[in-house]
Design a protein around this ligand. Sequence first.
Ligand SMILES: [Zn+2]
Length: 290
Amino acid sequence: MENPLDDEIILYTKIEDYEARLAFVGPMEVEIANLDKIVGKYELGKQESLWAHCGLNGCDRPHRFGYIIRMKDGCETNCGHDCGHREFGVNFEEVEAQYKRGEEVQARRRAAEDVLVQARPWLDELIRLLPAIRAAEGLMNDFSNDFRWRISFWGQLHKIAKAGGGVNLTVRDEDGKLVTEPIGRIHGCRVLIQRPIWNSDYIASQVVPWLESLSAANAIEIDEYTFKKSDGVQSILREAPQFIEDVTLFLNRNNFELFDKMCMRGICKPGSSGWGDAIRKWMGESQRAA
Ligand SMILES: [Zn+2]
């Protein structure tokens, strides 16, 4: 026997499952020189009544853990892990490691096939979403260009977004105690704090051509790069509709009225001149976003 562990190992958790293998014979007398390889392993339930009786050379001892072994003539039987160790010179840990490697290879193969099958639907969906992503991204860039240098406002805006969007004024009540008075809620403010995955130029110049090449391929290399990239595509597709909706919510007229109120009520300073013009411009712009 050259290498008893050179192939994938199949895991069995029930005796009847490995006994159903076509070449499975059951207990047999064999010359050790006729052993070919380990084709499977079994792990049975805790109770001894569930354990398998070793099929190697009349051994017959019950084992919870063991192997399915193949002879050079193709016949198979089962043997306990200690008999396997004695006859094959392998440890259960090695078989375990080999089994795990096989599982990983299979999982990668399946994932690669999935990516290949999904490439076309992903591409179609991405092309459908791209104009709306681009428009939303452009509006947010414009908004940022107009307001981010108003440091006090920009800082408050992000602080409020991180806290969930509720805008509160701190005032003194009749007894002179400081209390919080809610004056509104910034809608769609998640767009300000989510991770910046929105780069439509990158999507158009990198992701779309990659998906086009995948759609045209019959097989792909199984590598980390492919999986990382396909994860990226899936997160774009998953999050884009929410992003587009959030931008529409965020650039809503009500929000700009609230921004104006935040400055008028002293929650933040509008910064240098032109605040009113900027707010009025964006109230007009919000019609475009909606
Ligand atoms: Zn045995």
